[in-house]
Design a binder for this molecule. Structure first.
Ligand code: HEC
Ligand code: HEC
Ligand code: HEC
Ligand code: HEC
Ligand code: HEC
Ligand code: HEC
Ligand code: HEC
Ligand code: HEC
Ligand code: HEC
Ligand code: HEC
Ligand code: HEC
Length: 409
């Protein structure tokens, strides 16, 4: 359609519609807004359903006790399109916009990862209670269940296959420490939740330590001085709280020994070669068999204050190394501590003795196999021939014990 006919069409439409546009407000002014009782005349039956089988109003029975019912809100304060409508109303009504009264919250929400989710996903519809009410979906203790109504599976490796709310922090600590334990919204926020990948999220890798540090400030201060913290500050990827402690499945002290063994896995994601050499040594072999007593990475390097060996404060520095071994090998000295826990038989420069010893052992092993392999191969035809000859001589007379007798003879 070209422009001129379009303008004419719009003008005609305008003329047709104008009288009805005028008429509507006049009609509405005459009618009083329907009261809550008017609405409940049809909507009070909790069993009643719509044509499509959906309920005629979720939790309307709890509306009077809700914060909005208590606050004196009428149905039409939220269902604003019905404030000026005639009853019975039409089939399709406008969506309720919480932002008309909660504009600050709604603004935050619109910038969050949940922007496509309705407020009602976390708050409910007609039975909304303030977070201070223990029965509220957003009360501290109920937040995990509320979030898990959508986030059933713990995300990523952090969850370790457990339900998020069963994790130590969210489950056990919550039961014991109540309000001073973190729940989903303590760490992630409520209306301003962003994906942890987003730099502005309090759960972004760079921010995690500061967020955990709001409650574990002593640990954070120690960690701040570690090589890992320095690396993160300089923009590299290194270990923060959530790399070592499985975020949603954080374990408590009583489970620490078991976890400490498992935590070597976390170190190995960034220190693969050191983890490989560790696994080849006695400590690594024993710990992979499940012996909790044996040295794991953090027994020798520490956990929150890990430093390079050149740093005198490091647990494996020349100054501290003996003491570190002595924690478990009392009475040992410099000589014992000189044992290389990361000995690499493939690294000639680092471990020349081990390198050549390994070469020698490999040569010996290879030689042995080669010699006896050849021996067996050459001997086989001869041995076969002997066997056939013995069978031919004894088989008819002594079928059962002939071979044995012949063998011993
Ligand atoms: C005469 C009975 C009657 C009265 C009075 C009534 N409703 Fe309804 N309402 C219904 C029926 C029937 C439906 C289901 C329509 C359908 O089948 O989808 C409905 C549906 C609704 C819906 C869902 C609409 C949608 O888009 O899915 C809302 C919201 C609603 N009513 C709110 C109200 C409010 C608010 C009032 C008071 C201002 C009210 N109703 C008064 C009968 C009534
Ligand atoms: C605090 C705001 C608020 C108040 C007050 C309120 N509602 Fe609703 N109502 C909603 C929201 C939100 C929905 C979900 C659909 C939507 O987003 O529009 C809804 C949906 C409904 C529905 C559709 C069925 C359903 O559960 O989705 C009915 C029927 C309804 N309301 C009736 C009422 C009646 C009757 C009253 C008064 C007793 C009332 N509402 C008061 C916010 C409100
Ligand atoms: C992801 C879940 C979630 C969504 C979605 C959500 N809220 Fe909340 N809301 C909460 C939690 C949890 C609290 C409890 C207090 C807190 O931790 O901030 C809360 C508290 C509130 C409060 C009282 C405290 C305050 O901040 O003023 C209001 C009002 C509120 N929400 C309104 C809304 C509105 C309006 C929307 C939609 C625009 C919405 N909420 C969407 C989880 C949510
Ligand atoms: C017509 C205005 C209006 C609308 C629309 C409205 N609310 Fe409210 N809301 C209020 C009032 C008023 C209070 C009571 C405030 C108070 O007592 O501090 C309240 C309180 C709340 C609270 C508890 C706040 C607290 O102090 O903990 C939550 C949560 C809440 N509303 C969520 C919602 C959600 C979700 C929607 C949309 C489904 C919504 N509201 C729609 C007016 C409204
Ligand atoms: C102690 C703080 C803390 C608590 C409590 C917590 N989380 Fe997390 N959550 C995190 C951290 C840190 C990450 C980022 C993990 C990562 O980078 O691997 C995360 C990531 C997530 C992700 C995104 C995962 C992904 O794959 O990117 C979701 C979804 C999530 N959490 C939901 C929840 C829910 C739901 C709860 C409550 C039941 C909860 N969280 C409780 C700290 C927490
Ligand atoms: C109504 C369902 C629903 C509820 C309730 C809900 N979420 Fe979500 N959440 C989603 C959906 C859907 C996404 C994915 C949005 C997207 O990627 O666009 C999401 C995304 C997230 C993410 C980012 C995930 C990522 O991969 O980076 C986090 C973190 C998160 N939610 C935390 C929470 C927390 C904490 C709560 C409770 C306070 C909560 N959610 C409640 C549906 C929900
Ligand atoms: C490099 C790995 C690693 C990093 C990074 C790390 N931890 Fe730990 N954390 C451990 C290990 C290992 C233990 C167990 C110590 C033990 O066995 O007693 C531990 C123990 C803890 C404990 C209980 C015992 C104590 O020392 O108080 C808390 C609380 C804790 N970590 C919090 C944190 C917080 C908060 C952060 C981030 C600021 C963090 N951790 C970073 C490895 C780490
Ligand atoms: C809202 C406060 C709070 C936040 C935030 C928090 N924690 Fe905790 N955490 C606690 C409480 C309370 C305990 C149980 C008491 C204790 O052992 O200190 C606990 C216990 C722990 C333990 C077990 C310690 C032990 O001795 O059994 C570890 C490990 C831990 N938290 C790590 C973290 C990490 C990692 C983060 C960040 C992802 C974090 N916490 C965030 C409050 C918090
Ligand atoms: C997210 C990656 C990451 C994880 C997980 C991690 N580290 Fe590191 N670590 C680094 C980075 C990066 C450096 C800086 C030195 C480098 O370039 O290798 C470093 C440095 C070190 C150093 C000093 C070595 C040097 O060359 O300066 C030690 C020791 C160390 N880490 C031990 C551990 C232990 C033990 C664990 C597990 C409890 C662990 N790391 C977990 C990334 C990580
Ligand atoms: C029995 C104690 C012990 C265990 C267990 C151990 N290490 Fe070490 N680690 C050391 C010592 C001692 C050194 C210094 C070796 C040297 O002189 O080069 C070292 C060196 C390192 C270095 C290089 C440090 C630097 O400053 O150059 C890294 C990285 C490292 N270890 C990571 C790990 C990881 C990851 C694990 C677990 C998979 C682990 N270590 C297990 C004792 C141990
Ligand atoms: C957390 C405790 C722990 C720490 C720390 C530790 N070890 Fe061990 N280590 C063990 C255990 C347990 C065994 C098993 C043999 C035993 O019972 O003595 C073992 C075995 C060994 C063995 C082989 C068996 C033997 O006794 O000859 C060597 C070598 C060894 N450790 C060296 C070291 C060196 C070097 C250090 C310091 C850099 C160190 N260990 C630190 C617990 C530890």
């Amino acid at each position: 359609m070209s422009l001129v006919p379009r303008i004419i069409a719009v003008a005609v439409l305008f003329l047709i519609c104008t009288p009805s546009l005028d008429a509507k407000p006049a009609k509405a002014k005459a009618l009083p807004a329907p009261t809550t009782d008017d609405c409940l005349a049809c909507h009070s039956d909790p069993e009643a359903t719509r044509g499509d089988g959906k309920p005629l109003g979720r939790d309307l029975g709890k509306f009077a006790a809700s914060i909005h019912g208590q606050g004196g809100l009428a149905c039409t304060d939220c269902h604003a399109d019905l404030a000026t409508a005639e009853l019975p109303h039409g089939e399709k009504l406008a969506r309720v916009d919480c932002a008309t009264c909660h504009s600050d919250t709604a603004e935050k929400h619109a910038g969050s990862v949940h922007k496509a989710q309705s407020c009602t996903g976390c708050h409910g519809v007609h039975d909304i209670l303030p977070a201070s009410d223990p029965a509220s979906r957003t009360a501290h203790a109920n937040v995990p269940a509320t979030c898990e109504s959508c986030h059933k599976q713990p995300p990523g490796p952090a969850g370790r296959g457990k339900s998020i709310k069963d994790g130590f922090h969210v489950g056990k600590v919550l039961a014991e420490y109540g309000e001073s334990a973190p729940v989903c919204s303590t760490c992630h926020g409520a209306h301003d939740i962003l994906p942890p990948k987003d730099k502005r999220s309090p759960m972004h890798h760079d921010q995690v330590a500061a967020t955990c540090g709001t409650c574990h400030s002593d640990v954070q201060e120690t960690w701040d001085k570690s090589i890992h913290a320095q690396m993160i500050a300089s923009g590299r990827n290194a270990a923060t709280c959530s790399d070592c402690h499985a975020v949603h499945g954080i374990l408590g002290t009583e489970e620490m020994p078991r976890w400490r063994v498992a935590a070597t896995q976390e170190c190995s994601t960034c220190h693969a070669s050191k983890a490989n050499t560790y696994r080849d040594t006695f400590h690594g072999k024993a710990s992979s068999l499940g012996y909790e007593r044996v040295a794991t990475c953090s027994d020798c390097h520490g956990n929150h204050a890990i430093r390079p060996k050149a740093d005198p404060a490091s647990m494996v520095s020349a100054q501290n190394r003996v003491a570190t071994c002595q924690k478990c090998h009392p009475g040992t000295g410099e000589n014992f501590a000189a044992y290389d826990p990361h000995a690499d038989p493939h690294d000639r420069e680092r471990n020349p003795v081990l390198f050549y010893a390994t070469m020698f052992m490999k040569a010996l092993l290879g030689g042995t196999f080669a010699f006896f392999g050849l021996h067996t191969a050459l001997w086989a035809p001869r041995s076969l021939k002997d066997r056939r000859a013995r069978r031919a001589a004894h088989a008819p007379k002594q079928p059962t014990s002939g071979d044995d007798e012949g063998g011993r003879a």
